[in-house]
Design a protein around this ligand. Structure first.
Ligand code: PMT
Length: 405
């Protein structure tokens, strides 16, 4: 039986040329056995007729929030409760902006606020609007709120331009909805992730640290849960909320992180090292606060254990994914780390004094594995993490299948 059979899908359509694809979406949902209720924004009614959607869905199409006749059939709160999932396709830039700010000035935005069902958004807009700073900020906020973004696709746009902004194909949307109601490709798989910085004590009040905020690793943990995995997150000191259904272990120094990881690594299936672990620590931290008496001070540093390399060297160990933060020669340095540490995959990001990478809400990743590579362009870390987990999942499952034949 299809996972969408008998599910209540509330299809929201906002104003945009891709609104006409709503008819195909309703048809595909119905052939999968879903019950479909369509809600149009006012702008959407300029692009598609309610009559078409009503004929295809077999239910009256709703568009007004404050209309006695429509509310008497099924009130907006009842509709919000009825939905097992809310799919908004296309989701315009204006709709994303309203939802990300919690506005509720029409039926669709009100429903989205009132429902506890998952909300899946399929954006479609001009390519420049998609990367406008305001839209980027709205996308990041929506992902933080736990909404799922699918697409957009790259290609020719109705406005005559070419780029990212097309509504994803209806078939792709069906697969995403189906996975929402499926156990997930990583069901039964345990994933161990490191995140954040480490702090290496100089004395009781000072430490050597770095600029990692933990955002990237925490987003990867949330994405792994989304893929159905059991997730343990070993984190350095950060100020980021723990994603739902993640077991979090807090550590401070690289040696703490090493101990926490090594006691769990043998039992996990996938290890992802997103933490910025200090390579060195002060060799002899002072037991007392160091006084500023001398005109200069030298710190002797000792090497920390390389957690990722040790996990990758475990006999029968997990599928190992490293990160690499590089300021130059990204690919050369990344490929060197991939082979020196015997990793299955490496996600490299360019870092500098500013821009994506450390601390920021966005990042881009270059993925490398033996004989292959893939670019994940700049996006909010939550989105990037979902895309990264998809690649990790595919490569992990392929490796497991090859080992079992
Ligand atoms: O936390 P954010 O602000 O969101 O920033 C994200 C990030 C930039 C920190 C993240 O995307 C990232 O790149 N993390 C790895 C940073 C890093 O330490 O890179 P590296 O090239 O020094 O280390 C390579 C790999 O070895 C990493 O997987 C690291 O976790 C691991 N390592 C390094 C040293 C060590 N002693 N033990 C390790 O396990």
């Amino acid at each position: 039986m299809n996972p969408l059979a008998n599910r209540h899908v509330l299809l929201g359509i906002s104003g945009g040329i891709a609104a006409y694809k709503g008819a195909e979406l309703v048809r595909l949902l119905r052939t999968r056995g879903a019950e479909v209720q369509v809600v149009l924004t006012e702008a959407a009614t300029a692009f598609v007729t309610p009559l078409t959607l009503q004929a295809l869905s077999g239910r009256p199409v709703r568009s007004q929030l404050l209309e006695a006749k429509e509310e008497s059939a099924m009130g907006h709160i009842e509709l919000a409760r009825w939905a097992d999932v809310v799919l908004v396709a296309p989701a315009s830039a204006n709709f994303l902006a309203k939802l990300s700010h919690g506005l509720a000035d029409d039926l669709l935005t009100t429903l989205c606020l009132a429902t506890d069902a998952p909300i899946v958004l399929a954006p479609a807009m001009n390519r420049q609007m998609w990367v406008a700073p305001a839209t980027l900020a709205n996308r990041a906020r929506l992902l933080e709120h736990g909404h799922k973004l699918v697409g957009p696709d790259e290609g020719a746009q109705a406005c005559g331009e070419v780029g990212l902004g097309r509504l994803v194909e209806p078939g792709v949307l069906m697969s995403r909805l189906e996975t929402l109601f499926s156990p997930g490709p990583l069901a039964g798989v345990s994933v161990l992730i490191t995140a954040g910085p480490t702090r290496e004590a100089v004395d009781p009040v000072r430490f050597l640290g770095n600029r990692s905020s933990g955002r990237m690793g925490f987003a990867v943990a949330a994405a792994a849960v989304g893929a159905g995995a059991r997730v343990t997150l070993v984190s350095g000191p950060v100020a980021v909320d723990t994603p739902a259904r993640v077991e979090r272990i807090d550590v401070v120094s690289a040696r703490d992180m090493h101990a926490a990881v090594m006691s769990r690594a043998q039992g996990c299936d996938i290890f992802i090292g997103a933490a910025a672990v200090a390579d060195y620590r002060p060799a002899n931290p002072s037991p007392h606060k160091i006084k500023k008496a001398a005109p200069s001070l030298e710190l002797k540093l000792a090497r920390n254990p390389d957690i990722l390399a040790e996990v990758a060297a475990l006999p029968g160990g997990p599928f190992c994914v490293g990160f690499a933060a590089e300021t130059e020669d990204l690919e050369t340095n990344a490929r060197r780390k991939l082979s020196r540490k015997s990793l299955d995959m490496l996600a490299a990001n360019r870092v500098g004094f500013s821009g994506p990478g450390f601390e920021s809400k966005e990042n881009s990743l270059s993925l490398y594995w033996e004989g292959g590579s893939m670019e994940l362009p700049v996006a909010p870390k939550e989105q990037l993490a979902v895309d990264l987990m998809e690649v990790i999942t595919g490569r992990y499952l392929a490796k497991s299948a090859a080992e079992n034949t």
